[in-house]
Design a protein around this ligand. Structure first.
Ligand SMILES: Nc1ncnc2c1ncn2[C@@H]1O[C@H](COP(=O)(O)OP(=O)(O)OP(=O)(O)O)[C@@H](O)[C@H]1O
Ligand SMILES: [Mg+2]
Length: 238
């Protein structure tokens, strides 16, 4: 049976005087790909910030493997395997591909770094071919692969991604989504924030829809794909 690994309960959070999340709750179970959908400004990135520790909740609880981690630092959460691949990729433009893989990575065991770099190049041969190239000179798609490869260097027990398909050509998007399926098939649960709802729902076991800081729908990927209301609002269908 699936067990809960991460949850947030009744989270209220925001910036300055404004609340962005109004008592939001969600969970990710072992083995799952969970999609978090919603329009611009709905609070998706803020939600990931709450989970990764970059945004402090005003009220509510974040639980990881059964433990309250609401007040744990970003570094602490990273050490425990809660890894975020951030919005806009955020690779280091002046560092080489290989330096990017090492920098900004939580290294549990430095002796394992060469092995993990080899594994990254096995999974993403294009990065191996370009290991000496500066991150900033990679194409958008290559930068996203690098951002995912870098996140994997931290050996996530949960991989969270913020709009990995943003601005990429359809073929590259397909490649990114198939990589996520592959990572999940190897045992890593995935929490995926996406505007590309159609593709995200196709690979998600479960999904949530966020609208101005409130969860308005939850269901299996299939249920949401089949919902007229969701099609109209997020999938461009009628
Ligand atoms: N650092 C910040 N300071 C002040 N307001 C912020 C900050 N970050 C986000 N906000 C506001 O919080 C709201 C939710 O933003 P958030 O980035 O979580 O949305 P999102 O769903 O990720 O949107 P998008 O799809 O455009 O990335 C927005 O109104 C945004 O302007
Ligand atoms: Mg965002």
């Amino acid at each position: 049976m699936a067990t809960e690994i991460l949850s947030m309960e009744s989270i209220r959070a925001g910036y300055g005087p404004n609340d962005v999340l109004h008592g939001t709750s969600l969970r990710v179970d072992s083995g799952e790909i969970v999609a978090l959908l919603g329009g611009n400004g709905a609070g998706k990135t803020t939600t990931l910030g709450i989970l990764a520790g970059t945004v402090a909740p005003r009220t509510g609880t974040v639980r990881w493997m059964g433990k309250d981690i609401s007040r744990h630092s970003i570094a602490d959460r990273l050490r425990q395997g809660l890894v975020l691949c951030p919005e806009g990729r955020r690779i280091f433009p002046r560092l080489s591909v290989e330096e990017n893989l090492v920098a900004g990575t939580w290294i549990r065991d430095p002796k394992a770094t060469p092995r993990k770099i080899r594994e990254a190049y096995d999974r993403f041969p294009i990065l191996g071919q370009r290991r000496g190239q500066l991150g900033g000179t990679l194409s958008g798609g290559e930068q996203q692969l690098l951002a995912i490869a870098r996140a994997l260097m931290s050996e996530p027990k949960l991989l969270m991604l913020d709009e990995p398909s943003l601005g990429l050509a359809p073929l590259v998007v397909e490649r990114i989504f198939s990589i996520l399926v592959e990572i999940n098939a190897c045992g890593t649960p995935v929490l995926l924030v996406e505007q590309n709802a159609n593709q995200a729902l196709k690979i998600a076991h479960r999904a949530y829809v966020l609208s101005t800081g409130t969860l308005v729908r939850e269901g299996t990927g299939q249920e949401l794909l089949a919902s007229d209301e969701i099609r109209r609002a997020y999938l461009g269908g009628d």
